[in-house]
Every structure is written in structure tokens, then in C-alpha cells.
Design a binder for this molecule. Structure first.
Ligand SMILES: [Zn+2]
Length: 543
């Protein structure tokens, strides 16, 4: 007769068994965004596709088992499993919810994100994902008693586990190689969905880059910088550069969007350039690149960081001021005067750490008056870094009295929203940018007594709003859809002649590569880095 004797110890588990179970759980469950993406492909809709997915899952499990088997010791296996399960659960949530993938630029963005941006991304769904994918198996595992084996015995087992993982992984790779290489070639972004290896790989790439990059300040540029001579009667230039956030060119009515998102700018003297491409698909990549003289390709291939447009203007003797209404300037403004728009902003403009972009204009005259007078007399480069249309909380980017499009999506779980409500919230953020730019132009008009003003607005990158199941931005540049790279750019100038001249380039293919040279040229900066071919204003100087 079989009966459990009282006091008989519960079954003891070998650490390697837990390692195997964790690897299987991560491959099967934590990779659900990968399996969803894979089964959405037409080539997966047959038996061969199912077999391929099974082989792929086995390969991921084998890959995950390798480090876990190394850690399959009595006191190490549970923390080691948790160390993989928690990032896997978080990664699954962000990939599954927003259609993003995790690569090194996305990881840079995550690491540079400020607390209020993080709060925007926190949601019930994230907690649910952490509970189901990580907390559930961890809690189950934590209660289990583990076998105490002799060192040599456990080492032998773990080695067998690792060799087994290698052997099974090798056989599976061989079996599915043709399908795997074809799928990865045709759908490059899938590789960034392999969870949590994508996160650790991205961290590794970043660590390698940080080590590979020589320490010390960026290489100086503009060491020969000088200012073009100005007629005695001419006023110093005031260049207002507004760096937008997450704005899409095709949601600007100035560019043909059917909803009136640019009602105010449409009545002002602006020239909108309709075919402008961003340098990156996220802020951390785009911001330093667009301010660099190198252009996108050379910037990506650079061996050392170099100074940027702000350093050049400062070295040329101009006054420079960066005002930030976002997570900061990603290191670009450290060597010139800079301020946070939230400092001293009225409380009605700010809530929970975020301010509306109107805060950029608040107290502006006082901020400028505090810059060195001799520099101001030569000219001023003023940069405003907007909060713009920063997602996923689009509805927080416009004030209550500035929401012409209702109802709005008011959750961070964008794909749960009605698509029209999502677009409404996003379009309201564009309407607010329209209002802030119009107010900026009104402010510039008032500076005409002392300055020759000019304004250029350009967004840092675009945004996906549910097209093909994608949300937010930050896909690797090579695979990112047009929505994430096609950005609005416009110029305001009080000179009608200059406007007419600029209008000739309205439909020309332009990019962030033009920014450095256009701003430098307009400010009369002469330096060896300047290239007239990338200067929008080269043929269109104000009289
Ligand atoms: Zn951005």
C-alpha cells in the first residue's frame, strides 16, 4: 500500500531541472511577441511554418539553457533564473504592446529616459506581464527545496546539461537553417525580438561601444570659426531653432494633411519643406546626429565624438542658449549655456513633472538678458527642445482648451484604444505645437528692433500610430517604416524675398544632414566644417 509517511521530506529538485524549466518557459512564454510576429507572416501559415517555429523555440531554449546550466547550483539557480525572467517579462511587454524591438539604440533610449517618461510607460499591462511571465514562475520556484549534491556530481550534471544544450541547439540550427536564414533576411527586425537575449545583446553592444570610444571630451570643431563681416547698419542675427519631438510630417496640414492641424501657422509667413528625413528613429540617436556637421552616414561611422553646432556658434563668438522641455539634450548642450524650461515655469503649465511647451517661452527675455552682452551683440543661437508629441501619453501634450479633436485615447496601452481616438490625441499634440510655434514667431516679431530674426523648426523623428501593428518609434533605421523617419521642417522669415526663394526647395529631398550647415550659414559663421551644398539658405540670403 502506498501512502505518504508523515514527516517525509518533500521532493527535492535538482538545480539543473529548474534551469531547463526556466529555459523552456522563456522560449515558449516570454517570447510571445516573437511567435506572434512569426505567425503573422504568410510563409508561416503551413505545417512547415509550424515545424520551423517549434525548432526556433527549441533553439532559443537551448541558447537560454547555456548560461543557466552554468549557474545551476543550489544557491545560484533561483537568482540566476530571476535575472533572466524579469527583463524577459518587461521586454515581452514593451515589444508585445508597442511593436518596438530592442536593440542598442532602443536600450540607449531606455537608459537615458527620465522618471516622468518612465511613468508614462508604466501601466497595468506591464505589471500584469511582470506578474504572469516573471513573478509566477519565480514564486513557484522559490518554494522548492533543492538537492544538495557533491560538488563534482553537480558539476558533472551541469556539464552534461550544457553539452546537451549545445548538441540540441546545433541539431536544431542545422535542421531549420534554410528557413531561419531566409526569415531573418526577409524580416530583419525579428532578430531583435528574441527575448531576453536582445536586451543583453544590446547592453553588450553599448558596453563595447563605451569601451571602444576613447575617453575624454569630444574632438573640437570650428577651430578656425569666424563671423562674416556685417554692414554697420545691419542688426545681429537671432536664429531660433525649435527641435520638435515625435512629430510626423504627414500630420501637418501645411504638408497636405486633411485635418486642420496648422491653423495658426497657415496664417503666418512660413515655408514648409515636405520631404525631410530624420537622422535616427529615436531622440538619443537623432539629436546628436542632427546637430553634427558629419551627416547621417559619417556620423554613424565616426570613431570619436565631435563637437556640434552649439560649440561652433559659441566658438565663433555668438551667444548660445539651449532651453529644454524634455529629458535633456543628450550631452549636446553641456558646453554652452542651457536651462530647463520647467525652472520657474508657472504651475498651470506643468503637472506631474511635465510642462506644456509654452514653458519654453516663459521668462525668455530674462534668460537671454543673462547671456554675455558682447556675444549677444554679435548674434544669438537660441534652441528650444520641445516635448512636442512625446508618446505614449499624447493626450498630456495639449491643454484642455486646445483639443479640437475628441475623444482622445487616454491610456498608455495604445493598441487598446480606438484608432481614431489615438490619432485624435496625437493630432491635438500637433495642434499644440502649431500654437507654440505661432507664439514663438510672435515673440520673434517683437525682437526685430534689436535682431534680424529667423526660425527653423524640425522634428527629431516621426512616430508609428498603429500602421502594420507598430506603435511609438525607435525601430532600427534600416527597417523603420517611413512614418518614423519622415519629419516636418519649416522656416519662418520676415523677408518675403527669402521666403519665395526658399519655396523653390519645398519638395526637394532634404534631411537632418542640412541642419548644421543651414544654421551656421544663416548665422554668418565661417568654418572649415561648413558645406554650402547642405545650406538651405545658401542661395536665399536675407537682404
Ligand atoms: Zn525624440
Amino acid at each position: 500500500m502506498l501512502s505518504r509517511l508523515p514527516g517525509r521530506p518533500a521532493r527535492e529538485w535538482n538545480p539543473l531541472t529548474l534551469a531547463v524549466l526556466t529555459a523552456l518557459w522563456i522560449a515558449a512564454v516570454a517570447n510571445w511577441p516573437l511567435w506572434r510576429a512569426l505567425f503573422a507572416l504568410p510563409e508561416s501559415a503551413n505545417t512547415r511554418g509550424v515545424l520551423f517555429a517549434l525548432g526556433f523555440a527549441g533553439l532559443i531554449a537551448a541558447l537560454t539553457l547555456l548560461p543557466l546550466a552554468l549557474a545551476a547550483w543550489r544557491h545560484a539557480i533561483k537568482p540566476a533564473a530571476a535575472l533572466l525572467l524579469v527583463p524577459a517579462a518587461a521586454g515581452a511587454h514593451f515589444m508585445g504592446t508597442y511593436g518596438v524591438v530592442i536593440d542598442s539604440t532602443m536600450m540607449t533610449n531606455v537608459l537615458q529616459t527620465n522618471p516622468t517618461e518612465t511613468r508614462d510607460l508604466l501601466s497595468l499591462r506591464l505589471i500584469l506581464s511582470l506578474l504572469l511571465i516573471a513573478a509566477l514562475p519565480i514564486a513557484w520556484m522559490w518554494r522548492l527545496p533543492l538537492q544538495q549534491r557533491r560538488l563534482g556530481t553537480q558539476l558533472g550534471r551541469n556539464l552534461i546539461g550544457m553539452l546537451g544544450a549545445l548538441a540540441i541547439g546545433g541539431v536544431l540550427l542545422f535542421a531549420i537553417f534554410a528557413d531561419l536564414s531566409a526569415t531573418m533576411r526577409n524580416h530583419k527586425s525579428l532578430r531583435y525580438l528574441i527575448n531576453p537575449h536582445n536586451s543583453f545583446y544590446a547592453l553588450g553592444v553599448l558596453a563595447h561601444q563605451a569601451n571602444a570610444k576613447p575617453a575624454g571630451p569630444p574632438l573640437p570643431i570650428g577651430q578656425d570659426a569666424a563671423l562674416a563681416a556685417r554692414p554697420a547698419t545691419a542688426k545681429p542675427p537671432l536664429f531660433l531653432l525649435v527641435i520638435g519631438e515625435t512629430a510626423r510630417a504627414d500630420h501637418f496640414s501645411l504638408n497636405g494633411y486633411t485635418r486642420p492641424t496648422n491653423a495658426k501657422l497657415a496664417t503666418l509667413d512660413v515655408v514648409s519643406f515636405r520631404d525631410v528625413t530624420s537622422c535616427g528613429t529615436n531622440t538619443a540617436a537623432s539629436l546628436p546626429c542632427m546637430l553634427s556637421h558629419l551627416g547621417r552616414e559619417a556620423y554613424g561611422a565616426r570613431e570619436r565624438d565631435q563637437e556640434n553646432l552649439l560649440d561652433l556658434a559659441w566658438r565663433a563668438g555668438l551667444a548660445v542658449l539651449w532651453i529644454d522641455n524634455q529629458a535633456g539634450c543628450k550631452g549636446t548642450c553641456e558646453r554652452v549655456p542651457h536651462a530647463q524650461a520647467s525652472q520657474g515655469a508657472p504651475s498651470e503649465l506643468c503637472s506631474e513633472g511635465d510642462c506644456l511647451d509654452d514653458a519654453l517661452l516663459h521668462g525668455l527675455d530674462e534668460r537671454i538678458a543673462a547671456l554675455p552682452a558682447e556675444r549677444r551683440a554679435r548674434g544669438l543661437l537660441l534652441v528650444m527642445h520641445q516635448m512636442g508629441s512625446h508618446g505614449p501619453a499624447y493626450w498630456r501634450r495639449s491643454p484642455a482648451d486646445g483639443k479640437p479633436f475628441l475623444p482622445e485615447c487616454e491610456t498608455n496601452v495604445l493598441q487598446q484604444c480606438d484608432r481614431q481616438a489615438l490619432v485624435n490625441a496625437y493630432d491635438n499634440s500637433i495642434v499644440h505645437t502649431d500654437r507654440v510655434l505661432a507664439r514663438s514667431i510672435a515673440w520673434l516679431e517683437r525682437q526685430r528692433a534689436a535682431f534680424e530674426p529667423l526660425m527653423l523648426y524640425v522634428s527629431d523623428h516621426g512616430e508609428s500610430l498603429g500602421e502594420n501593428g507598430l506603435y511609438l518609434h525607435g525601430l532600427p533605421y534600416a527597417v523603420a517604416p517611413r512614418e518614423q523617419k519622415h519629419v516636418p521642417m519649416l522656416v519662418w522669415t520676415p523677408s518675403a524675398d527669402q521666403r519665395h526663394c526658399l519655396a523653390a526647395q519645398r519638395d526637394a529631398p532634404l534631411s537632418h544632414d542640412h541642419l548644421f550647415h543651414s544654421v551656421a550659414g544663416a548665422l554668418g559663421i565661417q568654418a572649415s566644417e561648413y558645406r554650402a551644398a547642405f545650406d538651405l539658405f545658401a542661395a536665399c540670403r536675407a537682404p
